[in-house]
Design a protein around this ligand. Structure first.
Ligand SMILES: [Zn+2]
Length: 132
């Protein structure tokens, strides 16, 4: 009885190793695919409170301020990279997120509900331009 139980646990242990290996390979594949997709972006899309408030070309240096009910953030675009400074949010995580420039990279300011995403094209993301 005891011997049987031991054998059983050994088999399940082997299964765990196999499962682990499969998961590792899957993760590795996903990582490689993800990495390949990481091309340099062309625009940054800014969403606040679920609404797109702007889209700016990464190849044009600029300084944009976003102020709403929650507070304000300043978005800087310089040398093809975008980053946030002078945020009035409580945690300043957005300022610490550094510079983004590859497609899919994001800067998120949770207290201000601000999402800045690097995109490959200004039209991507399911909206047609912006007025103003
Ligand atoms: Zn913030």
């Amino acid at each position: 009885m005891q011997k049987n139980a031991l054998k059983k646990s050994f088999i399940s242990h082997k299964w765990y190793i196999l499962l682990g290996a499969v998961l590792l390979i899957t993760a590795l594949c996903l990582f490689l695919v993800f990495k390949q997709n990481k091309k340099d972006g062309k625009y940054v899309k800014v969403e606040q409170d679920g609404k797109v408030v702007g889209s700016y070309p990464l190849d044009e240096d600029g300084r944009y301020e976003f102020t709403n009910f929650y507070g304000s953030n300043t978005l800087i675009i310089q040398d093809g990279k975008a980053y946030v400074t002078e945020s009035t949010c409580s945690d300043h995580t957005c300022e610490k997120m550094g510079k983004v420039y590859r497609q899919g990279e994001m800067i998120i300011c949770i207290p201000h509900k601000l999402f800045i995403t690097v995109t490959g094209d200004s039209k991507k993301g399911g909206y047609d331009g912006i007025s103003g």
